[in-house]
Design a protein around this ligand. Structure first.
Ligand code: NAD
Length: 319
């Protein structure tokens, strides 16, 4: 059996920063090749330059390092996608098709595709949105993710590429700042709170969305990717649930640590995106197939976000 050798694309982003650490813990530093459009060296290690839209460079790297797993995180996210729709389609789809083709040609054992709750649109039931709901996304990002899911399923059915995928809710983490999604407010709000600054929220106070804490998102990814192949019965993408909350609810949670925290509401174009997304997610299939269950509720998230951000900013601990 080949030793695992992992390639991550887009690894300098919000999810990549946390997933890179977890993969290094699991497989060892030498086994993880981190890449991004923006190369850099940080406390975790080095991120090499790789534009995932360049198939020959991607193929060369996969061949040279005898890669066994690819985590394809490179993408343009939902809010930025609406500013650059054509580029978003080009980057998100081209890079994913490159990964699938390279995986097929180089016999990569497993491939991970991060999909999103953005695949759901107007027709889907908003409450407890099921795995099999109709997909009619209204954003370019959602269209690119739903097409990406179908391509993953195609490469699995046609070529036997072991493609595995999750529909992440909005991911909340302290590792880095988010990269232009509709749920970014739920990360930025903690950065304001710990500096005792007022926060302006671009969503209405009652707009609830499905979210997940980074530790849960990373654990879900690794649980999916290490599950026995026969347990993976969904090859488009699995719904996974974390929790659902509105801006008003996160503010109430933050006020348990910062009672004077002030928020203004100035909804912008992201409000419309959010209104077409689910309020909550049904993840029965993931529970059944590979035993998914989230651990973090809202106050757990607030506690960890505040503690970790204060540590990072070298500010006194809040009790
Ligand atoms: P991010 O924007 O923080 O990071 C994406 C990274 O991709 C960036 O570092 C960027 O430099 C890189 N990138 C962009 N174009 C590239 C290219 N052509 N080649 C190589 N790298 C490129 O995003 P994230 O939050 O870390 O999300 C990672 C993945 O998870 C994305 O596919 C995203 O769609 C998906 N996802 C994220 C969320 C969330 O809430 N963060 C929710 C659902 C799905």
């Amino acid at each position: 059996m080949r030793a695992e050798k992992v390639l991550i694309t887009g690894s300098g982003g919000q999810l990549g920063t946390a997933l890179r650490k977890a993969l290094i813990n699991l497989y060892g530093r030498e086994a993880v090749i981190a890449t991004d459009l923006v190369p850099r060296t940080d406390e975790i290690g080095h991120i090499q330059l790789l534009d995932a839209t360049n198939e020959s460079k991607l193929g060369k790297m996969v061949g040279e390092h005898a890669i066994t797993q690819i985590y394809h995180l490179a993408a343009i996210l939902s809010a930025n996608g609406e500013t650059y729709p054509i580029q978003t389609w080009d980057i998100n789809l081209k890079s994913w098709l490159n990964v699938l083709e390279v995986a097929r040609k180089y016999l990569v054992k497993k491939v991970f595709f991060p999909s999103s709750i953005a695949v759901f649109g107007e027709s889907a039931n908003k409450v407890e949105t099921a795995q099999t709901e109709y997909l009619d996304p209204l954003t370019v990002y959602g269209i690119s993710k739903s097409a990406g899911e179908q391509w993953g399923n195609y490469y699995f059915s046609k070529y036997g590429v072991d493609v595995r995928s999750l529909r992440y809710p909005g991911v909340i983490g302290h590792e880095s700042l988010p990269g232009g999604g509709t749920t970014d407010y739920a990360v930025e709000i903690y950065h304001r709170a710990i500096r005792n600054e007022r926060f302006t929220c671009y969503l209405c106070e009652d707009t609830a969305l499905p979210m997940i804490f980074m530790a849960d998102a990373v654990r879900a990814t690794l649980e999916l990717m290490t599950a026995p192949k026969e347990k993976i019965r969904t090859r488009t993408s699995y719904n996974i649930n974390g929790l659902s909350f509105s801006p008003k609810e996160i503010v109430a949670s933050i006020r348990k640590w910062y009672p004077d925290f002030q928020v203004d509401y100035q909804p912008d174009f992201r409000q419309q995106i959010a209104e077409n997304w689910p309020l909550s997610i049904n993840d029965n299939q993931a529970q059944k197939d590979w035993k998914w269950s989230p651990h973090y509720q809202l106050d757990d998230i607030s506690n960890e976000m505040i503690t970790e951000l204060l540590k990072k900013q070298k500010l006194p601990k809040k009790v």
